[in-house]
Design a protein. Structure first.
Lengths: 188, 723
């Protein structure tokens, strides 16, 4: 593409001239290669369907990859099956439970369990029963018709146990702006 | 003046005519003013993205200036007002000079100018009022769409008749781009704007769900192609060789890259819909044609940059060329990045993140912005017969704008990659690492603040330009007309039928371009409309109840789709986060479709039933009270405004013409269902201690949000009141 190759055409548009230069070779090759690639791509994925469809890719995501999703899901299911419905009383653990509560529960149940969108967690009345087992089950399965989501996809079994244990400690704390009791009186 | 191929010209054969600079001046002013307005609105919404995090007291809860309403104002102002007026400025300057004929009709020129400014003004009024069609870059309501079509036709007639009356036998490459752009934009605008009006201002598109998505992104992508790119290539082909005083590098390259560009560009729209519910084959076409576009797009860049061979010393001196070189380079980068983002594995990371925003701003600020500035700095001194007031200030503008683009784009690339990776990250025990979407947002807020700084730079540069150009005008004297002499067009007989021949035939050229762009559109869009198997039916999917429909229209009015997608992609991390991935059959009663293109907030397709009504009520009133750290603005007016139900039956009737299966005569009784469903929601809210009435807008919005994505579960079966 040296200057000497340039040859002016007899074009003149408002003083604009044009050279009769050939197409740059690399450009032509780039164009041809992308066309070949394009045809190949369409054949591979859509004509012969050798390449996976996006649904097949999705399914494959669970069976391959470094974290081996299927194995992890299996492991997690085993953990859920072996979950312990026992309150934890260790102070450090309760601190962890409090942290989980602060991130996930505050928006509906209030910073101190006083209730809001969701029920008050500090009184003696329960809609779905009190105690560790009921509390954990409500957290795990949710009460979709009342707007309590299932936290199973979001918390580990240990985390559910920690946060439920923390919630039990709120009982009787009488926070400010407490919501009126809902549900049945619960006595153990 | 050129010498005709028939030989030397007898002076008495020369015809005298003049070019109208007034229209060019008017469009130049409109470009500058709307440009500054567009940048300013962009800066305002950029600031709004970090205000809730840093200065929550500044979120005043005023509907007219909320993000969702200003964002369409920003995009439309920049695309159609700034770039649009710049195109017209360039065409009205270059076309008469290239054709050696004045614009055909000064009246049409004036109608075009004032018509276009009125359209922009009406956009600036309607968007803050929440009047929108809810499709990106096609938000203008239908009466304005009609006006756009009329003004566009006026422009076309004026342009084509000028070419018919031309004295230069052959059309220069710039004109090819003008013609192809004009005809393609006409087709895109009309096809994507087909609607069924239900009031004098509002309407529903005739397309639904997947079809609407495909038509919209065929339009949206080609608005980028045939509004932001091809007309600007035309401008580049005129103003760059003029400013550099160098011949164009290769005429042959012009021919090949022009035709391949317009042919391939039109197909690439589906790359906006990768991993969506559109059929795989459509997505593949989007990918494949985007990759094949690299060379044709780069053809324009090569022809531009190689034209500057031997003129690089001038580039160092001349601010006009500096702007143009950066513009062409930004173009070359953006048209390479675009195809990369169209590769599905890249797209899986970049889509819905700020990466897209960075990408489009390299194009808009770099290519369109810098080229426009270059042209303005060249054209104003020419028309005012003087020198630029200050080269130093122009250089300052150049550097401040250049830096502005970097400061704008870099943090957003960072934000896009960061968030894309965070969404996908799993912890070792198989949970999402960032289970709360908000965690991935709070990381980005500092990036949003830096971005606004970049925007401030860019805007400041434009204001410096305004001052410099005003001073230039003051020192010169404006030539309202420029008189030229040229012989009439000589007729040539027995011309060989080749490309050179076609360059002498405006109408056949127009038809040829139309055919070339129609091929791609027909291949992609028609099968989607006709072949049923492209959208597998899901029998449990039913139309929205009238209350949900009202809620949906509020969702559209507030521009929720600009920050929330409704498209769960088939990725493990997304089904983990949101629920089952979105299926084509779920959207058959969505008009307009609301898939969105950006997730500033989480996807909402599976939001239905996830939270209680009270959650939505509180969250719309003050998002930070529910989600501390959220950057979503407040929507207090939804809790106060009464729902306008006067159009309930009109809306239902409009949808029934689209064959939505409402019972016959349902339009007359739909209002009863509105009330019944609203009262149920009010009752539920009461249980959680929220007192409100059934006629509030928030109730309709809650109804819609609670319905979203639930039909596939086969649980909710809306029962429509029989007349």
């Amino acid at each position: 593409m040296s200057q000497t190759e340039d040859k002016l055409l007899e074009h003149n548009y408002d003083g604009i001239l044009e050279y009769d230069n050939p197409l740059p070779k690399w450009w032509v090759w780039l164009f041809i290669l992308t066309i070949i690639w394009g045809i190949g791509y369409f054949f591979y994925y859509n004509i012969t369907e050798i390449g996976p469809s996006q649904h097949e890719e999705y399914i494959a995501e669970f069976n391959t990859g470094s974290d081996d999703a299927m194995r992890l899901i299996q492991q997690m299911n085993e953990k859920w099956a072996a979950i312990a419905y026992v309150p934890i009383t260790d102070n450090d653990a309760l601190e962890q439970g409090k942290a989980i509560y602060a991130v996930n529960c505050v928006s509906c149940h209030g910073a101190n369990g006083e209730g809001g969108i969701g029920p008050n967690l500090t009184d003696n009345h329960y809609i779905h029963g009190g105690g560790i087992e009921n509390t954990m089950n409500v957290i795990i399965n949710g009460v979709p018709e009342k707007g309590m989501i299932s936290w199973k996809p979001l918390l580990t079994p240990e985390e559910v146990q920690l946060v439920a244990s923390y919630i039990l400690t709120l009982k009787g704390t009488q926070p400010a702006n407490a919501k009126a009791p809902q549900g049945e009186l619960w006595e153990q | 003046m050129s010498i005709d191929s028939s030989g030397s010209v007898n002076p008495k054969d020369l015809e005298t005519f003049s070019y109208d600079n007034v229209i060019v001046r008017n469009f130049a002013w409109a470009t500058i003013i709307w440009g500054i307005v567009g940048f300013l609105v962009g800066l305002i919404i950029a600031i709004q993205m970090f205000v809730p995090a840093y200065f929550p007291f500044l979120d005043l809860g005023i509907s007219y200036i909320s993000f969702g309403r200003l964002r369409p104002l920003h995009t439309n102002a920049v695309i159609f007002a700034f770039v649009g007026n710049a195109i017209f400025m360039g065409v009205y300057y270059s076309l008469p000079r290239l054709a050696k004929a004045p614009m055909w009709s000064i009246l049409l020129s004036k109608l075009h100018f004032w018509g276009w400014q009125l359209i922009i003004l009406s956009a600036a009024i309607t968007f803050p009022l929440g009047l929108t069609q809810g499709k990106e870059y096609a938000e203008l309501i239908w009466p304005i769409d009609v006006a756009v079509a009329v003004v566009w036709v006026i422009f076309g007639i004026n342009m084509l008749m000028t070419l018919v009356k031309r004295r230069e036998r052959h059309m220069y490459v710039a004109i090819w781009f003008y013609i192809a752009s004009w005809v393609t934009v006409a087709v895109l605008h009309i096809v994507n704007s087909l609607v069924i009006p239900y009031s004098i201002l509002e309407s529903y598109p005739i397309y639904t769900g997947v079809q609407d998505a495909l038509v919209q992104w065929w339009y949206g992508h080609n608005a980028v192609a045939f509004f932001l790119t091809t007309p600007y290539l035309g401008l580049m082909y005129y103003f760059l060789p003029k400013a550099a005083n160098r011949p164009v590098y290769s005429y042959r390259l012009s021919i090949i890259h022009f035709w391949s560009l317009i042919f391939l560009y039109i197909w690439a729209g589906p790359h906006h819909l990768l991993y969506s519910s559109t059929p795989d084959w459509v997505q593949s076409l989007g990918t494949v044609f985007s990759i094949m576009l690299i060379a044709p797009s780069w053809g324009g860049m090569i022809n531009g940059l190689l034209t500057l061979r031997g003129a690089w010393d001038k580039v160092r001196e001349d601010p006009v060329l500096k702007f143009m070189v950066v513009a062409i380079t930004a173009y070359g980068m953006a048209v390479f990045e675009g195809p990369m983002l169209s590769i599905k594995s890249f797209n899986a990371l970049s889509h819905f993140t700020d990466w897209t925003i960075a990408h489009v701003h390299v194009g808009a600020l770099g290519w369109n912005g810098m080229l426009t500035f270059g042209i303005l700095y060249w054209i104003i001194p020419k028309m005012w017969k003087t020198e630029l007031h200050s080269k130093k200030l122009a250089s300052l503008h150049f550097w401040i704008a250049f830096l502005g683009i970097l400061i704008y784009a870099a943090p957003l690339y960072w934000a896009g990659i960061t968030q894309g990776l965070m969404w996908k990250q799993f912890s070792p025990d198989g949970f999402l690492m960032y289970r709360n979407f908000l965690e991935t947002v709070t990381h980005l807020v500092p990036m949003y603040a830096i971005r606004a700084l970049g925007g401030t730079f860019f805007l400041t540069g434009a204001i410096i330009m305004l001052y410099n150009l005003i001073m230039t005008m003051k020192r010169g004297s404006f030539m309202a007309e420029e008189t030229f002499k040229a012989p009439a067009m000589a007729s040539i007989h027995n011309e060989k039928v080749n490309h050179r021949w076609l360059e002498g035939k405006p109408m056949p050229f127009l038809i040829a371009s139309l055919v070339v762009v129609l091929v791609g559109g027909i291949f992609e869009i028609v099968p989607m409309q006709v072949i049923k198997s492209n959208v597998p039916t899901i029998t449990s999917v039913k139309p929205y109840t009238p209350l949900e429909l009202h809620g949906r229209d509020i969702y559209i009015r507030e521009g929720c789709y600009l920050c929330h997608s409704q498209m769960v992609r088939p990725f493990r991390n997304e089904t983990e986060r949101y629920g089952e991935y979105s299926k084509a059959g779920e959207f058959v009663y969505d008009t307009p479709f609301q898939w969105g293109s950006k997730r500033t907030g989480p996807d909402l397709h599976r939001i239905g039933g996830k939270y209680p009504h009270a959650w939505h009520y509180q969250h719309m009133y003050d998002p930070q009270s529910i989600s501390p750290g959220s950057i979503m603005p407040r929507y207090p007016w939804l809790l106060e405004n009464s729902l306008d139900t006067s159009l309930t039956s009109n809306k239902i009737r409009a949808l029934m013409t689209l064959n939505f299966p409402y019972p016959t005569g349902y339009d007359n009784v739909a209002h009863i269902d509105v009330r019944t469903q609203a009262l149920e929601i009010v009752e539920e809210l009461k249980v959680t201690g929220i007192e409100t009435t059934h006629d509030k807008e928030i109730i309709a919005l809650i109804a819609y949000l609670q319905r979203l994505g639930t039909d596939i579960k086969g649980e909710s079966k809306p029962i429509f009141n029989k007349p």
